[in-house]
Design a protein around this ligand. Structure first.
Ligand code: PLP
Ligand code: COI
Length: 361
C-alpha cells in the first residue's frame, strides 16, 4: 500500500514579487519553497503521518541521535519546466532506488521508491509556481532521512523522519560554465573499502570538508579524492563524478568500486556519450595517467558531473608541488560541451527522451 500524503497548505506563502525575484537569480541552495514534506517511521507504525506542510524549522531534542552519530542520508534531483509549461523530474526512480540502498547501509528504514517519487511530486505540485522557467534553471529537490529519536545509545534509531525540501536552482558554480580547478587531496581520502562511499550519507560530506577547505586555500574550486588503499586511483570529487576525454575521442570514467557514489548523471552520460558516437569505458584511472595524459595531450578534456553541477569542465589539476592544465585551461572543450548540451536538452524537453528518463509531475 502506498503512503497517504495529506496536504496542509501554508496560510502565508511568499508574495508573488518575492518569488519572482528569487526565480530571476536563484543561485544554489539558498532559498526554499513555501512547503516541505515530512513522514515519520517507527518500528510499530511503519511510515505514517505523511504530509505536505508549510516550510518551517524542525525542533530537535539535544539528544537527537542524528546530532551525535550522523545516521542520515539524502538525495538530490531536479524538476524542469518545459516550454509548454509542464513540469518533469529526471530519473526520480533512480534516486529513490539509491536512497533505499543508502538507507540499508545506514541501518535506516527503507522508503518504497513509489512513495519517494510521490512525496516529491506532492511537494512540486503544491509549490509548482516555484519551478523556474527557461535557461538552465530548475527546482532542486532535496529528500533526506535522519534518526530523530532522542537517545544516546549507539544503535539504529526507532524514530526516523523523512523530509523533502525544494530550492530553485541556477548554476552551482557562481561563475557559470567555466573550467574549474581541482586540488588533489593527498592527505585525506573520502571513503575506504567496506565504508560508506557508495551511500549518499551525511558523514561522507562532513569528512570531505577539510579537504575541500584545503582546495580553496590552494586557490582551487574543488577537491579530487584517490582510493584509500593504494592512494593511486582517481575516485571522484566531493560532490561530483569525473570523466576524461581521450585523444582518440573515447571517454573514460572511473569504474564503480563501492567507494564512489553511483551518480545518476554519470550513468546517463555513459548512455548519451555513446549515442553521440563516443566509445565509453568504465575502468580504473591512475592519478599518473591524469597528470601525464593532461601534459602530453593524451587527455584532451576533463569534466565533472552531478545533479547540482550538471556537466562542469575541469581546466586544471593542482597538487603539492605541481599542476597541469587540460587544453588551455580556460575554454570548454567540444566533447564536454556536446555532452552537457545533450543532457540539458533531454532534461528540458528539447531532445527526445528515448530512455523514458523524464517523469511528468
Ligand atoms: N559523487 C558525489 C559524492 C555526489 O555527492 C554526487 C551528487 O549527488 C555525485 C557524485 C553525482 O551524483 P548524481 O549525478 O546522482 O547527482
Ligand atoms: C547533488 O548534485 O545533488 C549533490 O548532492 C551534490 C552536492 C550539492 C552535495
Amino acid at each position: 500500500m502506498s503512503l497517504d500524503i495529506a496536504v496542509h497548505a501554508s496560510t502565508s506563502p511568499r508574495p508573488d514579487e518575492e518569488r519572482a525575484s528569487v526565480l530571476a537569480a536563484p543561485g544554489f541552495g539558498q532559498t526554499f519553497t513555501d512547503h516541505m514534506v515530512t513522514a515519520r517511521w517507527t518500528p510499530d507504525g511503519g511510515w505514517h503521518e505523511a504530509q505536505v506542510r508549510p516550510y518551517a524549522p524542525l525542533q530537535l531534542d539535544p539528544a537527537t541521535a542524528v546530532l551525535h552519530y550522523a545516521q542520515a542520508i539524502f538525495e538530490g534531483f531536479k524538476a524542469y519546466r518545459h516550454a509548454d509549461g509542464s513540469v518533469w523530474t529526471f530519473r526520480p526512480e533512480a534516486n529513490g532506488e539509491r536512497f533505499a540502498r543508502s538507507a540499508r547501509r545506514l541501518a535506516l528504514p527503507e522508503l518504497p521508491v513509489e512513495d519517494f517519487v510521490a512525496a516529491a511530486d506532492a511537494l512540486i505540485r503544491t509549490d509548482e509556481a516555484w519551478v523556474p522557467e527557461g535557461g538552465e534553471k530548475s527546482l532542486y529537490l532535496r529528500p533526506f532521512m535522519f534518526a530523530q529519536e532522542a537517545f544516546l545509545g549507539v544503535r539504529p534509531a526507532k524514530d526516523v523522519l523523512f523530509c523533502v525540501i525544494a530550492s530553485p536552482a541556477g548554476a552551482y558554480f557562481a561563475r557559470g560554465v567555466r573550467p574549474v580547478s581541482i586540488w588533489l587531496s593527498e592527505d585525506y581520502t573520502r571513503a575506504a573499502p567496506g565504508g560508506t562511499g557508495a551511500a549518499k550519507c551525511a558523514g561522507n560530506y562532513a569528512a570531505s570538508l577539510v579537504a575541500q577547505q584545503e582546495a580553496i586555500e590552494q586557490g582551487c574550486d574543488q577537491v579530487a579524492f584517490l582510493d584509500a588503499v593504494e592512494r593511486r586511483w582517481v575516485e571522484e570529487l566531493g560532490g561530483m563524478n569525473l570523466y576524461f576525454v581521450l585523444d582518440d575521442d573515447s571517454i573514460v570514467t572511473p569504474e564503480l568500486t563501492g567507494t564512489i557514489l553511483e551518480g545518476i548523471t554519470r550513468a546517463s552520460i555513459i548512455q548519451l556519450a555513446g549515442e553521440l558516437g563516443h566509445k565509453v569505458e568504465e575502468r580504473r584511472v591512475g592519478i599518473d595517467e591524469w597528470r601525464e595524459g593532461a601534459a602530453s595531450g593524451r587527455i584532451r578534456e576533463v569534466f565533472a558531473c552531478g545533479t547540482a553541477a550538471v556537466v562542469t569542465p575541469v581546466g586544471r589539476l593542482a597538487w603539492r608541488g605541481g599542476e597541469v592544465t587540460t587544453g588551455d585551461g580556460e575554454t570548454v572543450g567540444p566533447v564536454t560541451s556536446a555532452v552537457r548540451q545533450a543532457l540539458l536538452d533531454v532534461q528540458h524537453g528539447r531532445r527526445p527522451d528515448e530512455h523514458g528518463w523524464l517523469h511528468r509531475v
